[in-house]
Design a protein around this ligand. Structure first.
Ligand code: NAD
Length: 306
């Protein structure tokens, strides 16, 4: 069996087209959705993520403002900045890029964000609303995974879903979303005994653990839908050969950038067993940004209604 590849870039472009249209309606009413992205310190991955979010804003017609702060910023300074952004009518969404430097109390910062502007869906009020199936903001990566399942008409109802990872950003909210769709959900984590056996029971297997290709063929039930949320790097030709065979695009990545991206799922082994797989890159990643744009536009629409 060769698995169908679920194209996150394609689904993201469809979501983006809807968002751009909603955005242009708002802008015609003189409310251009605005996203404030706060970047603390000089983590290169965070800088890349924030830049790509700002580019997506520009592409879809949202306004964005990137506020870069030094690594020595204190919790109090960041909370004060968030308070000024909460008060600005032109900024409908506030995003504080994680991870924050160790001296900052990330929870205090998240809790300082007005829940109505918390487009990442990390504020306890939005987490509670999600748990209770009420309207709020749903974290972008889990929302993107659900959009992908919907687009490809892969229903969760009555199926066994296994989520590897229980983080507040991905695993936990995704398990709630799947539960709300009537899946029978198992959440696994670093203390789970016999992870492969638990994973093998899944009709829908979600890998969100941050471990290179940990999900091998013995984790995958034949025909299962395997969604790879992980983003990891491999840097050697030997690893490329083990995971991707002699794929020239991957070897070119190593030559050009010194690395190539890989998820938590072994790409060749999963593709040989699963019914559907997501690629890395080009799977869940583009959907995360598309959902951030959608949440920010939704925040502006809600602000208009008040
Ligand atoms: P995290 O480190 O916060 O959480 C990892 C989770 O995996 C934890 O619950 C931990 O218990 C579990 N885990 C770790 N090692 C394990 C093991 N050996 N066996 C079983 N469980 C294990 O990570 P996160 O923020 O949830 O991110 C997970 C991965 O998803 C990372 O690779 C991250 O880069 C990626 N990610 C991708 C996107 C995207 O847009 N595609 C968005 C967010 C995160």
């Amino acid at each position: 069996m060769v698995a169908q590849v679920l194209d996150g870039t394609l689904v993201a472009s469809k979501l983006d087209a809807e968002t751009a249209e909603r955005c242009s309606h708002l802008t015609a009413r003189r409310v251009q959705p605005g996203l404030a992205a706060v970047l603390v310190g000089d983590n290169p991955a965070s800088r890349t993520y924030v830049a790509s979010k700002a580019r997506a804003c520009a592409r879809l017609g949202l306004r964005s403002e990137v506020i870069a702060l030094p690594s020595a910023t204190t919790t109090a300074e960041l909370v004060a900045l968030v308070a000024t952004l909460n008060a600005r009518a032109d900024m409908h969404g506030i995003l504080v890029q994680m991870p924050l430097p160790a001296q900052i109390d990330a929870q205090a910062v998240i809790q300082a964000i007005d829940p109505a502007k918390d487009v990442d869906g990390f504020h306890p009020v939005n987490v509670g609303r999600l748990a209770l199936k009420q309207d709020g903001f749903v974290p972008c990566t889990p929302a993107g995974v659900m959009a992908l399942l919907d687009y490809y008409d892969l229903p969760a109802r009555g199926r066994r879903a296994v989520v590897l990872g229980r983080s507040a950003i991905v695993g936990l909210p995704l398990s709630l979303l799947l539960l709300h769709r009537d899946a029978t959900v198992t959440v696994c984590h670093s203390r789970t005994a016999d992870l492969a056996a638990a994973a093998r029971s899944a009709d829908i297997l979600i890998a969100a653990i941050g471990r290179t290709a940990l999900v091998t063929e013995d984790f995958v039930r034949p025909g299962a839908t395997v969604i790879d949320v992980g983003i990891n790097r491999v840097t050697t030709r030997e690893e490329v050969a083990a995971y991707f065979g002699d794929d020239p695009a991957r070897l070119a990545d190593i030559e050009k950038k010194g690395y190539t991206l890989i998820g938590d799922v072994h790409p060749r082994q999963a593709a040989a067993r699963a019914g559907q797989v997501t690629p890395v890159p080009g799977g869940v990643g583009p959907l995360t940004i598309a959902m951030l744009m959608r949440n920010t536009t939704l925040a502006a629409e809600r602000a208009c209604r008040q």
